[in-house]
Every structure is written in C-alpha cells, then in structure tokens.
Ligand binder design. Structure first.
Ligand SMILES: Cc1cc2nc3c(=O)[nH]c(=O)nc-3n(C[C@H](O)[C@H](O)[C@H](O)COP(=O)(O)OP(=O)(O)OC[C@H]3O[C@@H](n4cnc5c(N)ncnc54)[C@H](O)[C@@H]3O)c2cc1C
Length: 383
C-alpha cells in the first residue's frame, strides 16, 4: 500500500493545477455568470494529455491509468467544477465504452479525437420520466434493414448541444427489461433526426453545457450498435462505475477549492479586533473540512488504484462517490458560513462551489442510489 504520490503523479498534479490557475481561474467567474463554455479550454486540456490517461497509446492516450487521470481531474475541479466535467464526457465515459465495446473501426475513428479534445463526447441515459430507474426508459431502437431507427427524448445530458459523439441507450426489446437495452454510437451533428435544446435553468455548473436530446426516426447504421443487442444495461452500469469516480474526485476538488478560499479569507477578515482565524470555532470548522476532504480523497484513490489493478470495485466506487459528494456539500456549506455575508455573494468564490457541489449528489446515481448499491453488497445481494 502506497500513500504518497510518486514523482510522476506529483508532476501531473502540478501541471493540472498550473493550467487551472492560468487558463481557467481568470475567466471562470465571468463565464459562470454568462453561462459560457469555451471549447478552446477543453481542446487545450486534450492537447496537454489530460483525457488520455485512461486510453492506450495506440489511440492517442498515455495509458497512465485512472488514478493519474483523477489526480489531474481534481486540480481542474478545484478551480472549476464545470471544466472538471470533460474528463468524464471525453474518455472516462464514452472513450472507455468505445475501447471495451467498440469495433476496431470505432476505436480508430472516435477515440483519438476524444483524447485530443477535437471531438466532444456525451452519454445519454436519462429521460424526462426515467432517472434512477434506468430500465424504465422509453427510448426505442428498431432494426430496419441495415440500420436502427431510434425514437426518444433524453434530458439533462451534459454536452448535449456540443457533442460530436454520443453513446445513446435505448430498448431494442423492452419486454426483456434490462436485457433488452442496447447502446449505440450516434454522431448528433451529422445525423438527421437529432435535435437538442439547452437547459438554462441549472443551479450550478454554468460553464458546462447541458441539454435535452430528441431523436425522431433517427437512422443509426447497424454497425454503430455497441456489443450485441441487449448489452446496453451492462455497458451503462460499467460506464457509470467509471464516471462515478470522476464525479467523486471532482467533488473532492470543489471541496478543496472551498477550503483553500476559506483559509485565506479567515486569515484576512478581522472582527472583534482579530483575524477570524483566531477564533476556535473557525479553527474547528477548518479542521473538520480538512478531515472530511482527506477521507474522501483517500476513498477515491483507493477505488482508482483498484481499478488500475483491474479489480472489480463497485462497492468502493459507490462508497467513494457517496462520501465525496456529501463532503463537497458539507464543506462548501461551511465555507459559505465562514465568509459571512460575502459567502452569500456571487462576487466571492464560495457560493458557486456550494451550487456546483449539489450536482454531485445527483449525477451518476444519486446519493440514495449509492447507498442502495452499498447496502446490496452488505446484505449479500451482490458480490
Ligand atoms: C448537472 C447534471 C448533469 C447530468 N448529466 C447527465 C448526462 O450526461 N447523461 C445522463 O444520462 N444523465 C445526466 N444527468 C441526469 C442524472 O443522471 C439524473 O438526474 C440522476 O440519475 C437522477 O435521476 P432523476 O433526476 O430523474 O431523479 P429520480 O430518479 O427521479 O430521483 C428522485 C429522488 O428519489 C430518490 N430515489 C429514486 N430511486 C430511489 C430508490 N430506489 N431508493 C431510494 N431513493 C430513490 C433519488 O435519490 C432522488 O432523491 C445529469 C443531471 C444533472 C443535474
């Protein structure tokens, strides 16, 4: 068991931190207020190899692994949760799905551009009436000759309006329930019958595009089926087992950003003739924030290290995701308290982090769903 980052990991952490401070920090507050996403930032992240860690070299990656990737993901999320998201949308989600279930042609065609940030990826599971209960989705794909015809509405899809490559889930035989779900590659910008509408009413993550995707008699070449018909549920759950970890480390990053800002503020702000950092109750709050973040990070690192060893670790992933998401909300909430009235102001850096942190309790399976998964292991329903 190794508890210290090695030299390479420390360098990656520094690379990502420097990038976030130099390229994202100066524009993030204004862009968040304007709900503006900059594709050029994602592209630069791709060029620096941020998305290639989980991808082999033959497809443009560096093969450094999940832990190395998450170390960078945390540093980006420390400054901006919105720009932490592309790690998932590019390779931890679609990239790894294509690597495992795509044909050689799919891998060559799509993965290198997801790694470089030339193409934007997305995955579309959620529907207006189907969230946690994935199998209840209404989207249908019917095979007709050499293609499938897809109909359905997906909502809350990160990158919906900018995606070049989408992994879309639909039933090919709904009567078989989870065994009747399938996964397809769709190129939304090049395919007739795909339209998108942005969701502009989000609480947070304002620099991250989110939207609805509507499929109306959308023709998908039969070669774009991933795996076999009926593999969709397995593909979806395997993908979420990876994307959950990125979500967890983003939560750690957001919490760390809030703690760093709180430490600085507590050493500047004076009340009753002294810095508020001298009050024991503020010290207690800072210490508790630190303790929770350390614990959350270790849980994520443990699950990532197991993944890098090829060990199945859904229990560890859900434990890390649950704890990190709850920690992010708790820590950012404390940060807002430490900032007093300025914590309530969008001119200061902590209210954004509290709003962004709430997303971690919802995405990639809600906190309740993580506890459903964890308890199913405890009760012997899963092994
Ligand atoms: C910012 C953002 C980005 C997103 N990006 C994507 C994306 O890229 N792709 C995608 O497909 N989806 C995406 N989603 C959707 C997200 O995955 C779903 O919102 C999530 O799975 C929860 O589904 P729901 O919102 O329909 O909630 P519901 O499933 O309706 O849940 C409502 C409440 O009931 C609880 N609940 C439900 N079932 C149970 C149960 N069995 N036991 C106990 N409690 C339960 C939940 O915990 C929750 O509190 C995104 C959402 C957000 C907010």
């Amino acid at each position: 068991m190794e508890f210290e980052l090695n030299e390479e990991q420390q360098e990656l952490k520094k690379l990502a931190r420097d990038f976030a401070e130099k390229e994202i920090a100066p524009i993030v507050e204004k862009d968040e207020a304007e709900h503006k996403f900059r594709p050029e930032i994602m592209r630069k992240m791709g060029e620096l190899g941020f998305f290639g860690g989980v991808i082999p070299e033959e497809y443009g990656g560096t093969n450094m692994g999940m832990l190395a990737t998450l170390i960078m993901n945390e540093e980006i999320a420390r400054v901006s949760a919105s720009y932490g998201l592309p790690f998932n949308m590019q390779t931890i989600g679609p990239g790894l799905v294509l690597l495992k279930w795509g044909s050689d042609d799919h891998k060559k065609k799509y993965i290198p551009k997801l790694v470089s940030g030339e193409s934007a990826g997305c995955f579309a599971i959620t529907e207006p009436n189907s969230g946690s209960d994935v199998v209840s989705m209404k989207s249908r794909a019917e095979k007709k000759g050499d293609h499938y015809v897809l109909n359905g509405t997906k909502t809350w899809i990160s990158n919906a309006q900018i995606a070049d490559v989408a992994i879309v889930f639909a039933h090919t035989n709904a009567s078989l329930k989870h065994k009747g779900m399938s996964a397809f590659i769709v190129e939304p910008k090049k395919t007739k019958g795909v339209s998108t509408t942005p969701i502009e009413t989000k609480l947070g993550l304002h620099c991250a595009p989110t939207g609805e995707m509507i499929f109306e008699d959308t023709e998908i070449p039969k070669e774009n089926l991933l795996g076999k018909e009926g593999d969709g549920f397995k593909i979806c759950m395997t993908m979420l087992d990876n994307t959950r970890l990125s979500c967890a480390i983003r939560a750690v990053g957001v919490a760390q950003g809030a703690l760093d800002a709180s430490i600085k503020y507590a050493q500047e702000r004076e009340q009753f003739g002294k810095k508020i950092a001298e009050f024991e109750m503020i010290q207690d709050e800072l210490a508790q924030m630190y303790i929770d973040i350390q614990a959350a990070r270790l849980l994520v690192y443990k699950a990532a290290a197991l993944k890098d060893k090829g060990v199945r670790c859904s229990l560890e992933v859900s434990t890390a995701k649950y704890f990190a998401a709850e920690t992010a909300v708790k820590v950012t909430n404390e940060a807002v308290k430490i900032f007093g009235s300025y914590g309530f102001s969008s001119e200061y850096p902590v209210e954004r982090r509290l709003r962004d942190a709430k997303s971690f309790q919802i995405v990639e399976g809600t906190s309740n769903i993580q506890k459903v998964i964890i308890s199913s292991y405890l009760l012997g329903k899963r092994k």
